[in-house]
Design a binder for this molecule. Structure first.
Ligand code: PGA
Length: 249
């Protein structure tokens, strides 16, 4: 059985007040048993969040990492630094990083490997643009992104990653993929993994991301191949994020 995972990606948003509000709400939270909830704030908030969340079930994630351990990389943050500050998960290959910061598959792979090397769980983000979907290329694009990474990992490493399917046209647009659209692609990702190893396909945790909110989460999370959500905008409102976590039980 795959444990549901709800991750809130704050992107370049958030505040000390939001951290405090999450800490208070989730300290008294009656979350469904056996679910993982991860908050992914910008770097400067990580340490404050670690303290504010110490009496809550919330775990910490980071939005990116540099592939190097340390050194002359001004402005960058390494996996070992994140680990030292209590981070358990890290996003790699988010479409905003692929598009705005031109991260290639190769760079995404290097970051993912650095995450595994430092004992962080990478959440690999993949997804097609609207143009690619309209051209009927969704499955090709998504499986190429997944395949690039999977083909380069050792069998035991493949078991240590989480994959988030995030159609680019659904991110921050209010236009969610229908549960059927999301399920179709995610079943395809899982079937593809079976080509490596049937038990990997069974164990792999798959998240949906793209305008998931308190109203549509339950229906998306009810799909057989959707094990959780990567939530952007709705993770900036404590009550909405809490409601999404409730629907993951
Ligand atoms: P969204 O963002 O929920 O605001 O669409 C999701 C994401 O980018 O991870």
């Amino acid at each position: 059985m795959r444990t549901p995972l709800i991750a809130g990606n704050w992107k370049m948003n958030g505040s000390a007040a939001l951290i405090e509000s999450f800490g208070k709400t989730f300290a008294s939270a009656a979350l469904p048993a056996n679910i993982d909830v991860v908050v992914i704030p910008p770097f400067p908030y990580l340490d404050a969040a670690r303290h504010a969340f110490s009496n809550t079930p919330l775990q910490l994630g980071a939005q990116t990492l540099n592939p190097h351990h340390s050194g002359a990389h001004t402005g960058e943050v390494s996996g070992s630094m994140l680990k030292e500050f209590g981070v358990a998960y890290v996003l790699v290959g988010h479409s905003e990083r692929r598009q705005l910061y031109r991260e290639s598959d190769e760079q995404v792979f290097d970051r993912l490997l650095a995450a595994l090397d430092t004992g962080l769980t990478p959440i690999l983000c993949v997804g097609e643009t609207l143009e690619e979907r309209d051209a009927g290329r969704t499955m090709d694009v998504v499986l190429r992104q997944v395949g690039y990474i999977m083909a380069r990992l050792a069998p035991e490493q493949r078991l240590q990653i989480v994959i988030a399917y995030e159609p680019v046209w659904a991110i921050g647009t209010g236009r969610t993929a229908t549960p059927e659209q999301a399920q179709e692609v995610m079943a395809g990702i899982r079937a593809y993994q079976a080509g490596f190893d049937a038990s990997l396909a069974e164990q792999l945790k798959l998240l949906y991301g793209g305008s998931m909110n308190a109203s549509n989460a339950a229906e998306l999370l009810a799909q057989p191949d959707i094990d959780g959500g990567l939530v952007g905008g709705a993770s900036l409102k404590t009550d909405d994020f809490y409601a999404i976590c409730q629907s993951a039980g």
